[in-house]
Structures are given as structure tokens and as C-alpha cells.
Design a protein around this ligand. Structure first.
Ligand SMILES: [Zn+2]
Length: 437
């Protein structure tokens, strides 16, 4: 296939009248449109306003998709314990599969081709299978909770780790290696020391498995960890093995100087979730400081109950705006830095090689974006357009691993109407839902 338009190769390089040739799951060539049309005359040709790398959702909760709007404008702990966790506990395997599918379809239709996904304690296999079947690229895993958790979600440590290992053996590297596993403690508050050390042990024993958890999102959280351990949260995580180049920490809003040094020294990845941090009033993560220290920072939407959208374009805009307000400096987090976070940095955190830019030999994770729109007129700078003006619903076409997964309102091979219908049915019966009779 030959995809043409203004080609955004990466955050630095744009080909104004360009093209991308896809053969199999790889990009075979990137260059000037006229040259490619001549060289590849037999390839199916699709023209878009902009052709860009698929975006990477560096921290999402696909399985919370049924809870969009269930707990708006509430305190974090009420939000979590009274609405979100009861909802997760209420989902059976079928419901988990439907919820995850709904989340992945929302990602694909708005241009996200890779996610780092925090699933739930129960029935994670159903969600992993949904990722495989909808065609998204995903780093994901079952959530671990073995203390301070609702009864329906709290597990015995050994059983939780054993189930994680079973899922690693079954799914890690599955679906043409689009699906890779992350051992996923919820956060230090809900996990014992044995659980966190067990997560490190699993990642060490299985090649390419990573660890993904929440860290230092909220002041109450870090106070609880300090009471439990006598240590700052990131120091505690480091003590039990949950830092390093194979670790992704979502949020990191409340870190001190020594924790930031530790994140940089250990090569730990951070995912910034600006909309969630604003909506739950968690605070403002020091992203420019992290980037200046060389910490790899990805961008994530977090879950539909705390955002309420999985549109990565709005997240890019929020990241840049919030970074500027934080520093009272309009030069902070420019469009190119934010686009890099949402593409290459995300792929690096997710641990997928040759993903996050449009380069020859790289994975064909590509989006086609419509610019025949009032808000896309004019486009002086395409990166500015993508970060500050474009919306997820400008995405007309999404390809993952060389396969078309979304095309002008349709998801080839997936009955999206049926997924939405079943999602509505499940949502109406869930615990935690305010509309429930
Ligand atoms: Zn989260």
C-alpha cells in the first residue's frame, strides 16, 4: 500500500508532499510522493492530508471504558474505592472482554496504535485476547492487589503471581509479537513487599517482560507508603526492584529531588497523564525537569472514568498547555517535545523496537489524518496542527503492523456496533454506576 500526504516522519522531520510504502508488516520506503508513485505503480494508493506515526498511549485502562462518567468531580479515594474498583470487581470475563474491546476501538479510531494497558485483577486473559483480536499493539498485564483492597479484588500473593506467570506463558509474544506482557502491581499502597519483589522476579525470569505500575500520583498515597516503609515512594519501589529500564511508572507527580535522580539513574520510564492529573486534582508532574534529566517520558490518557476520553490528540494539547502553566513559560513543552512523548518515547517505554516513527524497515503503525476541515485551514506547521488543533476524530485511517484496523468509520473484521451495544448493556448493570436502579 502507498499512503501519501504531508508525511510526519518523526518530531523533527516532515516531508511536505510525501509518501510511505507499506509491504507486509514493515515500512518499505519513505520519500517524495512523485518518486514513490513512479517506483510503486502497482501499490494500492491512499491519499490523506497528513500521514503520521500511530500514537502511543503510555498508560491507559481499557477495561474501565464502561465507567466513563460514573465518578466525575469526586475525590480520588472515593473515585477509586466507591466507583472504579467496584465496577472492575463486578465484571465477569465476558464483560472484561467487551470493556477492553470498546477501549481499543476508541484508541484505534482516534489514531492510537500502541498502548501500555493497566487491566484488572480478574479475567485479564479476556482483555488480552481482545487486544490481540482488535489488532492494537499492547504492553499489558493482570493487576496485582494483595493488601488494602476490596474483598472481591484482593488476592493471595502467591496465587496472584502464579496467575501472572500463567498469563506470561500464554500471551507474552502472542499475536505476531504485538502483545507483550507487563507485570502490573496496582500501586505500592495495595501491594505487599512480597508482591512487589515477586513482580521483579517474574520480569527477570521472562525475557522481555516489563513492570508497569502507578507511582506518586497523589499526596495521600506517598504518605501511606512512607508510614508503611519509612521511605519515599520511589525509593521504596527501588528497594524492592520496581525501578529500571524495564519499568514504567504512571504519573510521578509528587517526587522529590532524590527520587528524580533515582529515576534518571535507573533509566525508569515515566508516563505523564495530564488530563487525569487535572481532573482528579492530583497535581502537576514536573515533566520539563524529567526531560532535562534525560528521563524517558511517555504520554497517557489514563482511564475513561478520569479523563473521559482515550483521544491522544487532546492529551498532547493538555500536556503542552499544563507544562507551560506549571513553569509560567510558554516555551515549555513545545509541540515537537510533546509529539515525541506521544510517539517514540511511548514506544521506548512500551518496549517495542522500531515503533513510533515512519522509517524504512520500521513497523507499519501509521495513521492517515483528514485536513479537509475548517480547523485545519490553514496549516502553517503540521506538528503545531497535530498537537494544538487536531482531534482524534480527524483520523480517517489506522494501520497497525501493516494491517488496516480502522478505515473511515469501519473496523475491518470487527463488528463495532455489536461491541457498543453489548457495552451499553453491561454498563447499565454495573456496581458503581450512578444511574443504576
Ligand atoms: Zn491509571
Amino acid at each position: 500500500m502507498l499512503l501519501t500526504g504531508t508525511v510526519v516522519v518523526d518530531a523533527e522531520t516532515v516531508v511536505e508532499d510525501g509518501g510511505v510504502v507499506v509491504e507486509g508488516e514493515r515500512i518499505a520506503a519513505v520519500g517524495e510522493r512523485a518518486d514513490l508513485v513512479e517506483t510503486y505503480p502497482d501499490h494500492e494508493h491512499r491519499a490523506f492530508g497528513v500521514v503520521a506515526p500511530g500514537l502511543v498511549g503510555g498508560h491507559v485502562h481499557s477495561v474501565q471504558s464502561l465507567g466513563r462518567g460514573i465518578a466525575d468531580d469526586t475525590e480520588l479515594l472515593d473515585w477509586l474505592f466507591e466507583s472504579v474498583l467496584p465496577m472492575e470487581a463486578d465484571l465477569d470475563a465476558d464483560g472484561m472482554g467487551v470493556a477492553a474491546r470498546l477501549g481499543y476501538l476508541e484508541c484505534l479510531e482516534s489514531g492510537t496504535t500502541t498502548v501500555i494497558d493497566h487491566l484488572s485483577v480478574n479475567h485479564a486473559g479476556a482483555a488480552i485476547a481482545a487486544a490481540g483480536e482488535t489488532g492494537i499493539r499492547a504492553r499489558l498485564g493482570k493487576v496485582l492487589m494483595d493488601q488494602r483492597s476490596p474483598e472481591a479484588l484482593e488476592e493471595e500473593t502467591e496465587a496472584a503471581l502464579a496467575e501472572s506467570e500463567r498469563l506470561i506463558e500464554r500471551y507474552h509474544g502472542s499475536y505476531d509479537d504485538r502483545i507483550r506482557y507487563a507485570v502490573t502491581p496496582r500501586f505500592a499502597v495495595s501491594c505487599t513487599e512480597a508482591c512487589l519483589r515477586g513482580a521483579r522476579d517474574l520480569a527477570d525470569r521472562h525475557d522481555g517482560v516489563r513492570i508497569h505500575t502507578h507511582a506518586s500520583e497523589n499526596r495521600g498515597e506517598i504518605e501511606t507508603v512512607e508510614e508503611d516503609t519509612g521511605m519515599r515512594n520511589v525509593h521504596w519501589l527501588d528497594e524492592v526492584g520496581v525501578t529500571g529500564e524495564d519499568v514504567v511508572l504512571a504519573h510521578c507527580v509528587w517526587t522529590d529531588e532524590s527520587e528524580r535522580e533515582l529515576l534518571a539513574e535507573t533509566g525508569t520510564h515515566v508516563t505523564h497523564c495530564p488530563s487525569s492529573n487535572m481532573k482528579l486534582a492530583s497535581g502537576v508532574a514536573p515533566i520539563r525537569d524529567y526531560l532535562n534529566r534525560g528521563i524517558n517520558v511517555a504520554l497517557g490518557n489514563d482511564g475513561p472514568p478520569c479523563n473521559n476520553t482515550l483521544d491522544a490528540f487532546t492529551e498532547m494539547r493538555q500536556a503542552s498547555l499544563l507544562g507551560k502553566v506549571e513553569d509560567l513559560d510558554p516555551t515549555a513543552l513545545p509541540a515537537s517535545a510533546v509529539f515525541e512523548m506521544a510517539t517514540r518515547n511511548g514506544a521506548r517505554a512500551a518496549g517495542f523496537e522500531r515503533v513510533g516513527a515512519l522509517r524504512e524497515g520500521w513497523k507499519a503503525d501509521v495513521v492517515g489524518i483528514d485536513t479537509d476541515l475548517t480547523r485545519a485551514t490553514p496549516i502553517h506547521d503540521v506538528l503545531s496542527h497535530l498537537v494544538y488543533a487536531a482531534h482524534g476524530d480527524d483520523v480517517a485511517f489506522t494501520m497497525v503492523d501493516g494491517r488496516v484496523r480502522y478505515d473511515d468509520g469501519e473496523f475491518p473484521g470487527v463488528d463495532a456496533d455489536a461491541v457498543r451495544e453489548r457495552a451499553r448493556e453491561y454498563a447499565a448493570t454495573l456496581d458503581g454506576a450512578p444511574s443504576r436502579a
